[in-house]
Write a protein that binds this ligand. Structure first.
Ligand SMILES: Nc1ncnc2c1ncn2[C@@H]1O[C@H](COP(=O)(O)OP(=O)(O)OP(=O)(O)O)[C@@H](O)[C@H]1O
Ligand SMILES: [Mg+2]
Length: 274
């Protein structure tokens, strides 16, 4: 049985998608089988792996809708939706149509049978149900959470063993942490008691600016006692920002870059968890 991770932070642009892509690629180079799930209607992870989101005929949206409406056909839908990328990881893509699934989940939330209290059939557990079969096929499944559609993020967390919280090494960015921690706590209590915070990951870190150092120190001070802060921050590098345009991970695009080393270090810590 594999482990499911979700990368989440309601602060935009903090490095969620980049973390999912490069952590996935790092685990794959460590001979692990990895499935990445684009959980964001922006489709950034799908694009970063070289696919055009709008052209994808089968996406996470179809799978969530199938899990709700035709659970008996889900296996077939899963086989058709999974892309085998050149980066060594598999991908369930997403595009703007993810809003359809989010709307359907919302309707479910309002409807009566959620009120009956059958937690396993709740709208918050659709992704968990969908991933049950896949958990046996992969060592690691990593979900890239979007900012919109909180119900999708709740679904991702309800399905996950661990949450990684990427935080840009910038003063204001660290303000997003309490919101994620609160959501994780609520999902733990209501839907998924086994969910844990794997750690807070500082991203886009530059060793010289005083600002980055002080954010690192303050994240350690404020959260370090209660939560793990990953040992090595992800270095800022223009090569990392260039990767999505090439449709590659940092391990293909610039394997000797310091940021590649920092993703390897993150992968080692993740491997040590399981
Ligand atoms: N280590 C890094 N060095 C340089 N640029 C980076 C690094 N990490 C991420 N970026 C760039 O920062 C931007 C935001 O990163 P990313 O898309 O991963 O954030 P996100 O949290 O997924 O954003 P959103 O909230 O829109 O989903 C992207 O342009 C990305 O290429
Ligand atoms: Mg993103």
């Amino acid at each position: 049985m594999g482990y499911i991770f979700a990368a989440s932070n309601f602060k935009g642009g903090c490095g969620k998608t980049t973390t999912v892509l490069n952590l996935g690629a790092a685990l794959s180079t460590a001979e692990k089988s990895v499935l990445l799930i684009d959980g964001d209607a922006q489709g950034n992870l799908t694009a970063a792996l070289g696919y055009t989101p709008a052209e994808q005929p089968r996406t996470l949206s179809n799978l969530l809708l199938a899990a709700i409406d035709y659970p008996e056909d889900l296996e077939l839908h899963l086989q058709r939706a999974i892309l085998h990328t050149d980066s060594g990881v598999d991908l369930i893509p997403a595009n703007r149509r993810l809003a359809d699934a989010a709307a359907r989940l919302q309707v479910m939330q309002l409807s009566q049978y959620n009120a009956v209290g059958d937690v396993d059939r709740a709208c918050e557990k659709v992704m968990a149900t969908m991933l049950e079969q896949l958990k046996e096929l992969y060592d690691y499944i990593i979900i890239d959470c979007g900012l919109k559609h909180e119900l999708l993020t709740v679904n991702a967390l309800a399905a996950s063993d661990y949450c990684i919280v990427p935080v840009q090494a910038h003063f204001l960015a660290s303000e997003g942490i309490p919101d994620v921690l609160e959501l994780v706590k609520s999902v733990q209590e209501k839907f998924n008691p086994k969910l844990k915070i794997a750690g807070i990951l500082l991203t886009m870190y530059q060793s010289r600016p005083q600002l980055c150092q002080s954010v690192r120190a303050s994240v350690g001070e404020v959260y370090g006692e209660s939560f793990h802060v990953f040992q090595r921050p992800i270095e800022y590098s223009i090569k990392v920002a260039e990767c999505p345009a090439a449709g590659q991970s940092i391990f293909e695009y610039a394997p000797k870059n310091a940021a590649a080393d920092s993703y390897r270090s993150l992968a080692e810590e993740v491997l040590a968890l399981g």
